[in-house]
Design a protein. Structure first.
Length: 277
């Protein structure tokens, strides 16, 4: 298989607005297929309504958005952090009032959507941001909204792209979303064949999702211990901590008071927790 490569800049640099702007400035976009991914095209083709509100985060060259426009969809929003790319997209879709192009950080974005299309955005984010991603997706979706698209089912030595596995995704999204589909993609392009999962996750409106800033954790064993303790709390359905040990995602059947979480951590004064959303 051809190795998937995205970057020309050393990945020791922050993966931020400047990083992605440089990728487009140097025209080095090895992750770009040059067209809408076949599996996403097929998914779009079966959508029952052209008027649903759709978001494409980290849209890149927006092949999916262009296809949606060709098919007559009327309420599409794309967002990307790279100013150079956004300028090109504004020129490309100039005068088209069926698409909104938003410059900036996805995690600052506000809105409500029926469908969010995932295509090489999740894998472009450093892995420590995955709890933040799951929380933000949940908040941006309407009641029973859908997160659908492609995720890598393999690991990479470095990134971006950053890889992952079905088990990791199921642990991350469990309880916050109903798993309508998490399955090997049968329509991947050749260089990604056998290395992608197609997902369709539906927001569960009946539960509570909260993201917390947590401090004092220094190793994976501490992280596992705290997750295990929080999972014993009545009403907690899922809990995970980011790989940098700075954020905790909690999914529960009811709102858990912050003081209850602090009491669990009180056995060690170095552990601190604060609400982030």
């Amino acid at each position: 298989m051809q190795e998937e490569k995205c970057c020309v800049v050393t990945c020791d640099n922050p993966i931020d607005q400047n990083y992605w702007n440089q990728q487009y400035a140097s025209n080095t976009t090895g992750w770009d297929l040059g067209e809408v991914a076949p599996a996403i095209k097929r998914y779009i083709d079966q959508l029952p309504s052209k008027t649903i509100s759709i978001l494409i985060p980290g849209c890149g060259n927006a092949h999916e958005a262009a296809y949606l426009m060709d098919q007559g969809f009327t309420n599409v929003t794309v967002i990307d952090i790279a100013p150079l790319l956004v300028e090109k997209l504004q020129e490309k879709f100039e005068g088209n009032d069926r698409i909104k192009i938003v410059p900036g950080d996805f995690f600052d974005h506000q809105g409500q959507y029926d469908l969010i299309i995932e295509q090489t955005f999740f894998c472009a984010l450093p892995p420590f941001m995955r709890q933040r991603y799951a929380n933000k997706m949940y908040r941006l979706l309407n009641n029973n909204g859908i997160l659908s698209g492609l995720l890598f089912d393999r690991e990479f030595e470095d990134g971006p792209p950053f890889g992952g596995s079905r088990a990791e995704y199921e642990n991350l999204f469990k309880a916050a979303f109903t798993f309508n589909r998490v399955e090997p993609c049968q329509e991947s392009v050749e260089k990604r064949a056998g290395n992608e999962l197609f997902i369709e996750l539906q927001k569960d409106d009946s539960i509570n999702v909260a993201l917390y800033a947590i401090d004092g954790i220094t190793c994976s064993n501490c992280s596992k211990t705290i997750v295990g303790q929080f999972m014993t709390v009545e009403g907690v359905l899922n809990c995970s901590i980011s790989t940098d040990f700075k954020e905790l995602l909690l999914v529960s059947s009811r709102e858990i008071p912050i003081e209850s979480l602090r009491q669990i951590l009180a056995y060690d004064k170095k552990y601190l927790i604060e609400t982030k959303n």
